[in-house]
Design a protein around this ligand. Structure first.
Ligand code: SF4
Length: 218
């Protein structure tokens, strides 16, 4: 699947950000919204010269919410960002680099302890900001793998992650690209209600050429 997607789409060059801090902010902002909205929020923060831990961590929550408004759920996300900043400030003395230098499993556990950071957000930070090998699972991964009969429909986040990490080489660059390619395939071809199997590079994988004919179709 990886080879087919890579041959079709090429490198996705993720994550689109200038610094690890920007990646981590983007990972929280992208919850329940599309990337275009996140870009607007990030642009607001950049234009105001605020896209750094030192600047953002001391912003009052209402002010922070105003800058990230385009990302949607801005009041909730402002609180989530502040929860994350509090972890870095209180436990790591504001040293993001030192925080990111921890082993992936420890880093992940600490991120998951922050209210508002779930597995997908935490793993995105571990993979893209800390550049440590962990596979990020999302809706597209679940949909594509289940439609091709690789996982049962009822598999959850950790079951999918374990299956992939137990069977594929743990390599940061590879996991980075694979996740990005699955997102691209999900957005362009494997749509929830109208999959375009006829044009999709994954057509035929696992003997599935038209997922509307399988149980995996939702
Ligand atoms: S072939 Fe169909 S089911 Fe498979 S990824 Fe493409 S659109 Fe989805």
């Amino acid at each position: 699947m990886y080879n087919r997607l890579y041959d079709h789409f090429g490198s996705q060059d993720w994550w689109p950000a200038d610094t690890p801090f920007e990646i981590m902010v983007g990972a929280i902002l992208t919850q329940n919204t599309n990337w275009q909205n996140v870009e607007k929020a990030i642009a607001n923060l950049k234009a105001a010269g605020l896209l750094s831990f030192a600047a953002m961590s001391i912003l009052p929550v209402e002010e922070l919410a105003g800058y990230i408004r385009p990302a949607g759920y801005y009041n909730i996300k402002a609180v989530r960002l502040q929860n994350f900043f509090a972890l870095i400030e209180q436990q790591w003395d504001g040293d993001l680099e030192y925080f990111l230098d921890q082993p992936a499993a420890v880093l992940r556990e600490q991120l998951l302890s922050v209210k508002g950071i779930g597995p997908e957000t935490a793993d995105s930070m571990v993979l893209y900001a800390a550049e440590k090998p962990i596979f990020v699972v999302d809706t597209y991964t679940h949909r594509i793998l289940s439609r091709h009969g690789i996982i049962p429909e009822e598999y959850g986040y950790f079951e999918i992650q374990e299956l992939i990490m137990d069977n594929l080489e743990e390599d940061t660059r590879f996991f980075n690209e694979y996740h990005a390619l699955l997102v691209r395939a999900g957005k362009h071809f494997c749509k929830k209600s109208k999959p375009k199997c006829g044009q999709c590079p994954l057509s035929g994988v696992g003997g599935i050429t038209d997922c509307t004919q399988t149980n995996g179709y939702d």
